[in-house]
Design a protein. Structure first.
Length: 279
């Protein structure tokens, strides 16, 4: 009997998962290199969608100490991957939401104490390793900066040019129409349609101060459609930070979840994701 590979991967979602990486991984805090290793792991705590780095405790250029502050309150951001998989936690849920047994620790460098920025899991397969809070450090893979969170080796972003007619509307108003979209296929996400600005009604949109970062695509700037209650931060465009996403730099995409998207004459269903509601 054939096995659908995604069922194997998602079947492990409730478990503590790890995968070695061959990359040189460095973490810095206040100018001090906390770790420089070729022996890092990518670790996903149970129900976590994105990984963080675990590094050998013996290779730390810092001390680990019991926490000097109590555990903070954590706002959980649930994310549904697919109907047959329990909801997980997206990257907005802080490091301090642990779903595996273990202990948090302070990371003490000569320059500063980074509070509760390490987690020593109890799992025997991770013995000798500590997980570091990605947001508390500056990170390099080899000699390149990484932002947002570590890249997942099982997560792909593919971009393909398309001449299929694409139209975006909201509340009966056409916001974009093109035959020159770039289609972005990303693991676990709906297809995103990136549209040349000349084919977007930018006169109807308003620039937003919101910014987000994707480790695969770069920093995103947003637009809102103020004529609709559903139009807050409804469209975005990526900067030119990452060569990997050069095909979509400067193009504009709309949240399929919140617009009427017609592709090749067929109105598309609105997917349900963490971005289904305006923010």
């Amino acid at each position: 009997m054939a096995t659908r590979l995604s069922r194997v991967l998602f079947g492990a979602f409730p478990q503590l998962r790890y995968e070695p990486t061959a990359k040189r991984i460095r973490a810095r805090a206040t100018g001090h290199t906390v770790v420089d290793t070729l022996n890092a792991y990518l670790v996903w705590e149970p129900r976590r969608i994105t990984p963080v780095f675990a590094v050998p405790e013996a290779e730390l250029s810092a001390e680990l100490a019991p926490p000097s502050l109590p555990a903070p309150a954590v706002e959980e951001h649930a994310a549904s991957i697919r109907p047959d998989v329990p909801p997980g936690f997206d990257p907005r849920t802080s490091f301090h939401k642990h779903t595996a047994p273990g202990e948090e620790l302070d990371v003490v460098t000569p320059a500063a104490t980074v509070r509760r920025a390490a987690f020593r899991p109890d799992d025997p397969d991770l013995a000798g390793y500590v997980i570091l809070d990605f947001g508390s450090f500056e990170w390099l893979e080899d000699d390149e900066e990484i932002v947002g969170h570590p890249r997942d080796p099982f997560h792909r972003v593919d971009i393909r040019a398309s001449s299929v007619p694409v139209e975006v509307a909201l509340d009966g108003v056409t916001l974009a129409r093109t035959n020159g979209a770039q289609l972005l296929y990303e693991t676990m996400l709906p297809v995103r349609y990136y549209i040349p600005p000349a084919d977007v009604r930018l006169d109807l949109l308003q620039e937003s101060p919101k910014r987000t970062v994707c480790p695969y695509k770069g920093q995103a700037s947003y637009w809102s459609y103020p004529a609709s209650e559903q139009g807050g931060n409804i469209a975005w465009s990526y900067d030119r930070r990452f060569r990997d996403a050069a095909q979509i730099h400067g193009l504009i995409s709309f949240f399929n979840e919140r617009v009427d998207l017609t592709v090749n004459g067929a109105l598309q269903p609105r997917p349900v994701t963490p971005w289904s509601r305006p923010d």
